[in-house]
Design a protein around this ligand. Structure first.
Ligand SMILES: Nc1ncnc2c1ncn2[C@@H]1O[C@H](COP(=O)(O)OP(=O)(O)O)[C@@H](O)[C@H]1O
Ligand SMILES: O=C(CO)[C@@H](O)[C@H](O)COP(=O)(O)O
Length: 528
């Protein structure tokens, strides 16, 4: 009898605040995990929440931070006892839209890495600039110029799936080309954070995948090719070479590099599956059924929906989907998610979610009419400046209310905003709908109860893992590898279980509050 060698699959998530890694077996059971928290484990980069903020809406991260985090997470996986020789394939997810600017000669460095040394030592000088990331709101002028160049916002949305958004990579490239031409010219390659991370494993530039690539305002989501007019509006004739050719997300892009074989004992045949955006990976990891909506509660809050066809979005985004089950996906991103909740938890009660929830439990649903909008960072939906606004039941603006009312005002108004804007984007929830929550805050049942009541819909979580983007990376590695080699894996079913169901009076409480939210949000200044 031929002995079957164990097979495993490795997934990474280069998200906003931390780098996470997970190893699953061929039954998709989680075997090992490790993570690195940027602010805590790598304080020398002086990030706060994984980013560095400028004075005019610029938000960046140093790419070397992500490289050093990879060195650290690999060592943590070694300490956890991972046998890398069993890994058949690796894939990953990353925060969307951020761009990594590689200087000329970087690919040679990637191809000639010595396994004797850390990556961050050898790649210390390859990045031309800090990476603008998804929280950046400094490119409004570039957005308007891009829209104008392709025939207006609706036309851009028809072609690329989105009107121009500040954080999208096209406007970010345009700003770089316009304001830092020497840096633009010194750049050999522009990667997304996902394809940059994949490049580290591949030992050469990895292609951008179509799903994350459709968060750039540069890709024609129908032809699956770069949109020439959009490229022309954002850079010069060399931009197409700087970006490379995008590939379907379910692609094997090559074998793992010699560096990882020699340093960590991967086999030389270990495959790399294209890395993608964290929300794209979450959609793949959640395996949502028709009518089910994904709710990712990471640094940002996002709503996700698999689509069979590309509908022109009135707001939000249509992206190319990450799997054959979801050829397209709808995405709505609210920048003030977990980090904003965490900041106000710290301000109101200190560093404990249990203390925060205890205070929350001392209030009633509907919060006696107190509502609040908390934008610690410029908001994406709706486009708005940062600030804090509080109102009482009569709509009178307040400077201050008791901390317990603030806890509920923060969470209820966030959930109301998610529903109001989702409805504007034609996310329809009916009796058969379910919300499947994931991401760091999805462990908080009190928060999920509020979402359940406000949406008047049951909320589920995935049993295997609280982070669907991370699990999705490992699952995609396994699925794409098994198709590639023609070997069916037993991969057990991914299960979801209910954690919150709406109270019978939820509609009565929250329908009038939804109307009030729509009125109150008009008082918040929009981003110029
Ligand atoms: N019990 C909890 N309740 C609410 N939020 C939580 C809880 N535990 C963790 N979080 C939040 O989860 C966030 C991190 O989630 P994560 O999905 O890892 O983010 P990202 O992927 O963007 O780095 C943190 O900002 C943290 O405040
Ligand atoms: O900009 C978006 C989506 O369009 C964000 O959702 C980023 O992809 C960051 O994700 P998290 O770190 O919050 O998961």
């Amino acid at each position: 009898m031929i002995e079957q060698t164990p097979k495993s699959f490795l997934g990474f998530d280069f998200s906003t605040q931390r780098l996470k890694a997970v190893l699953i077996d061929e039954n998709y059971v989680v075997r090992q995990e490790a993570d690195v928290e940027f602010d805590v484990d790598l304080p020398e980069f002086r990030t706060s929440g994984g980013v560095v903020r400028g004075e005019r809406g610029e938000v960046t991260a140093p790419p070397l931070l992500w490289v050093k985090a990879l060195d650290m997470v690999m060592d943590r996986l070694v300490l956890a006892g991972v046998d890398f020789s069993t890994v058949e394939a690796v894939s990953g997810a990353a925060q969307q839209h951020g761009s990594v600017w590689w200087t000329k000669g970087s690919e040679d460095k990637l191809k000639n890495l010595s396994s004797e040394d850390f990556l961050h030592i050898q790649l210390a000088s390859v990045f031309a600039a800090d990476s603008p990331v998804w929280m950046d709101s400094s490119t409004s002028a570039d957005c308007r110029a891009l829209e104008e160049a392709v025939g207006g916002p609706e036309e851009l949305a028809k072609v690329t799936g989105s009107r121009a958004y500040e954080r999208f990579t096209g406007p970010q490239i345009r700003k770089m080309y316009r304001t830092r031409p020497r840096l633009y010219n010194a750049t050999e390659r522009i990667s997304l954070v996902s394809s940059f991370a994949c490049s580290l494993f591949l030992g050469k530039y990895a292609p951008i995948d179509l799903s994350d690539g459709s968060g750039m305002n540069l890709l024609d989501i129908h032809s699956m090719k770069w949109c020439e007019e959009a490229l022309k509006a954002c850079g010069d004739e060399d931009l197409v070479n700087k970006l490379g050719t995008p590939v379907p997300t379910a692609s094997v892009v090559g074998n793992i590099s010699k560096y990882f074989v020699e340093r960590y004992g991967f086999k030389s045949t270990c495959k790399l599956v294209a890395f993608t955006g964290d929300n794209c990976s979450a959609l793949a990891g959640l395996r949502l059924r028709s009518g089910w909506v994904g709710l990712s509660l990471g640094t940002s809050d996002t709503l996700l929906l698999g689509l069979q066809e590309a509908r022109a979005p009135p707001a939000g985004h249509i992206l190319v989907g990450p799997t054959a089950d979801a050829p397209y996906m709808a995405l709505l991103c609210f920048s003030n998610g977990s980090l904003t909740r965490q900041n106000h938890r710290d301000r109101l009660v200190g560093p404990s979610w249990d203390d925060f929830n205890e205070l929350l439990r001392s209030t009633v649903r509907g919060n006696m009419g107190y509502m609040g909008i908390y934008y610690d960072t410029a908001e994406i939906v709706p486009r708005a400046v940062s600030g804090r606004w509080l109102w009482d039941a009569s709509g009178k603006p307040l400077e201050k209310v008791a901390p317990q009312f603030e806890t509920r005002a923060l969470l209820e108004t966030q959930a109301l905003a998610r529903r109001a804007h989702a409805e504007d984007m034609a996310f329809r929830l009916d009796k058969s709908s379910r919300i499947v929550a994931t991401g760091g805050a999805s462990v908080n049942k009190e928060l999920l109860q509020i979402f359940s009541d406000v949406f008047n819909t049951p909320v589920y979580i995935q049993e295997q893992h609280a982070n669907a983007a991370l699990l999705g990376a490992a699952i995609r590695a396994a699925d794409v590898w098994s198709d590639h080699v023609g070997l069916k894996l037993s991969g057990s079913e991914l299960k979801v279980s209910p954690v919150a169901t709406p109270y019978s009076d939820a509609e009565n409480i929250y329908t009038p509050m939804m109307k009030r939210y729509r009125e109150l949000v008009q008082q918040v200044p929009t981003l110029c």
